[in-house]
Design a binder for this molecule. Structure first.
Ligand code: NCD
Length: 354
């Protein structure tokens, strides 16, 4: 039987996404109806990178559904420190569990894990690439606060280059009608070109600016993010800060989201403003993960199309330094070709053909 994994929300139809979002809202209203939904099931968490919210919300989600959790959050305390490959660790742990959640510092690692797993795999963040369950949390939050997922003017602010939550959210919001994007960052931390292509290819539009103060009045949603200093040594303090004075320039209907953790990009006094929904967002994230786990364990999720057939094996290294293929060297290098370049199956960055 082929497993259905959640590596990228792109693999779900919009109807499937909407079902998960609706289920999350139902769970938030009547959690007592779901306390035995995953009784007897085991969720494994392989966290190769630090996490507070994502890991604990997965654990809380599984326990609230009556299931149990195993796993590690310090790979150096596991056989990874002895040089075990991702493939072997996943192969073993998937034999102990019913569903597996992985977070890794390399772009494409979750996809690589899914290739070795005996059970469904959920991507809890792969390097700078994607973070689909954070996006589910963002969608459930927007549905419950803005009341819709379409026709929104969405501002994304901060480290748009390295922030995987931004890349995931854009990729999904492009699929809903009428959304447009304001990309607010210093030029050095602008959105990577592959992610800009999601927007243009989907027929949505974007503008770029380095000024939050100038952009904020036109927005329905503001998605703030921190500088990803652990991924990029050149990332210093935040270029744009959301404080009370800046928020005063925004419309009353604005919703301010943030995947958290916050560093210096939102001042504390903003927390009390009703437009700041980032703490509610963390709770919606747990309900979103509960709905996702139920759906995946029931085997009800059908991936629309794996697109695998459009990729071919090529003997060429990926040009992106953080691609998982540079660390897990046994992986077949797979690319999709267009006229000018090859798109890596794992990290989605393009490599020019020699
Ligand atoms: C985000 C992540 O890990 O990408 N955090 C999270 O999962 N809520 C955002 C971040 O680390 O900045």
């Amino acid at each position: 039987m082929t497993q259905t994994h959640l590596i990228d929300l792109d693999s779900l139809t919009l109807d499937q996404l909407d079902e998960i979002i609706d289920m999350a809202s139902r769970i938030s209203k009547h959690p007592q109806h779901f306390t035995n939904a995953c009784k007897g099931k085991i969720l494994a968490t392989l966290f190769y990178e630090p996490s507070t919210r994502t890991k604990m919300s997965f654990e809380a989600a599984m326990q609230r559904l009556g299931g149990t959790v195993i796993g590690f959050d310090n790979p150096m305390g596991s056989s990874v420190s002895k040089g075990e490959t991702l493939q072997d660790t996943v192969r073993v742990v998937s034999g102990y569990s019913d569903i597996l959640v992985i977070r890794h510092s390399r772009d494409g690692a979750a996809l690589a894990a899914s290739m070795a797993s005996l059970v469904p795999v959920i991507n809890a963040g792969d390097g700078t690439h994607l973070h689909p369950t954070q996006t589910l949390a963002d969608l459930v939050t927007l549905k419950n606060t803005s009341g819709r997922l379409d026709n929104l003017k969405i501002g994304l602010c901060g480290d748009l280059k390295n922030g995987r939550t931004v890349h995931s959210l854009i990729k999904t919001m492009c699929r809903y009608q009428g959304n447009s994007f304001t990309l607010i960052s210093s030029p050095q931390f602008a959105l990577p070109s592959y992610a800009k292509e999601y927007i243009t290819d989907s027929g949505s539009s974007f503008v770029e600016t380095d000024s939050l103060k100038e952009a904020i009045s036109s927005l329905d949603v503001l998605y703030m993010t921190r500088m990803q200093r652990e991924r990029d040594k050149t990332a210093g303090e935040s270029f744009n800060i959301l404080d009370k004075e800046t928020l005063a320039l925004a419309g009353e209907h604005l919703q301010v989201l943030h995947p958290l953790p916050r560093v210096d990009e939102i001042t504390k006094d903003v927390d009390l403003d009703p437009r700041a929904v980032y703490f509610e967002q963390t709770r919606y994230g747990m309900y979103a993960r509960m709905a996702l786990i139920i759906t995946m364990l029931k085997g009800e999720m059908r991936t629309v199309d794996d697109h695998f057939e459009s990729f071919e094996e090529m003997d060429m290294p990926c040009s992106f330094f953080n691609c998982v293929t540079h660390e897990e060297r046994y992986l077949k290098r797979m690319y999709k070709q267009d006229e000018k370049a090859c798109i890596c199956r794992y990290c989605e960055h393009t490599t020019r053909r020699r």
